[in-house]
Design a protein around this ligand. Structure first.
Ligand code: SIN
Length: 276
């Protein structure tokens, strides 16, 4: 695609591109929307700098890409159920997204994309790593792909969210309801038609068709494989930066190398479809 309204500068050969030429305080025109959407499909995660947006502008940007997702357990700010607070400081015992993962894969229809806007960033530190899960799939041998193509995995959330978020009594699906779902181990991206590995160390707990020990060993292999640096890019935040990632073909990991400094911002998450 030739970009007319934005500039797209890749930050690594494998995924990630920085977008300039757009002010997200303004409603997105059709051409700008189409170009940003295409850049997301082409680069899997896109970044914007110096975007001084408020919650309503953040939500309006997300809504151009679909309905907004509501997190099953994270308590939102009053009156803004679509806003997920990302915060760490000197009192934090743990942070969101410390393991490699794709967002909320415990849901039957996991989010298509996530749009994180950071207001306060540590210096140095607090980068986010992203992995290209098309590349992770493509790098496997043909016999391994053939095995994985027929398998389904269980994704659970109680072990991820209960300790960190506690039970606020206002959870999305009712008190003490932690979603779990079964998804294909390899999913086909609904827009690009490409295959991507779709198991992650945060939520995936077993493989349906295999014995427990076999599934555990295979998942461990796939998690180590996802950690291959050649599948990665690393984003260095500044205040008012935005990262918008496609959860259908990426994983990410937030680095907590800045304790006791503060890192603070908000995520708007775009709903997705059932993985196939
Ligand atoms: C997340 O998993 O949404 C958090 C990512 C980050 O804080 O960099």
């Amino acid at each position: 695609m030739t970009y007319e309204t934005i500039t797209v500068a890749p930050i690594s050969p494998v995924l990630g591109a920085e977008i300039s030429g757009v002010d997200l305080r303004q409603p997105l025109g059709n051409q700008a929307y189409a170009e940003i959407h295409q850049a997301l499909l082409d680069h899997q995660v896109i970044f914007f700098r110096d975007q001084d947006i408020d919650w309503d502008q953040h939500k309006a940007f997300g809504r151009r890409f679909g309905e907004l997702h509501i997190h099953p357990t994270s308590p939102p700010p009053e009156g803004h159920p679509e806003i997920l607070v990302i915060h760490a400081d000197e009192n934090s015992k743990t942070i969101a997204g410390e393991n490699w993962h794709s967002d909320v894969t415990c849901d039957a229809e996991p989010p298509m994309g996530s749009i994180l806007h950071l207001h306060e960033v540590p210096s140095p530190g607090g980068d986010t790593m992203f992995a290209n899960m098309y590349a992770a799939y493509d790098a496997l041998s043909e016999p391994m792909k053939a095995l994985l193509d027929g398998l389904h995995a269980k994704h659970e959330s109680r072990h991820v969210h209960r300790g960190r978020l506690g039970n606020s009594g206002k959870m999305r699906d009712g008190v003490d309801a932690y979603p779990e779902s079964i998804h294909p181990v390899v999913r086909t991206h609904p827009e690009t038609g490409r295959k991507a590995l779709f198991v992650n160390a945060n939520f995936t707990t077993g493989i349906e068709e295999l014995k427990k020990a076999e599934g555990k060993a295979l998942l461990e292999f796939l998690y180590r494989h996802t950690e291959t640096p050649e599948f990665h890019c690393r984003f260095h935040w500044q205040p008012k930066s935005i990262a918008f990632w496609d959860n259908r073909c990426t994983q990410h990991r937030a680095l907590w190398d800045y304790f006791p400094q503060t890192r603070h911002g908000y995520r708007v998450t775009v709903s997705g479809d059932r993985p196939r």
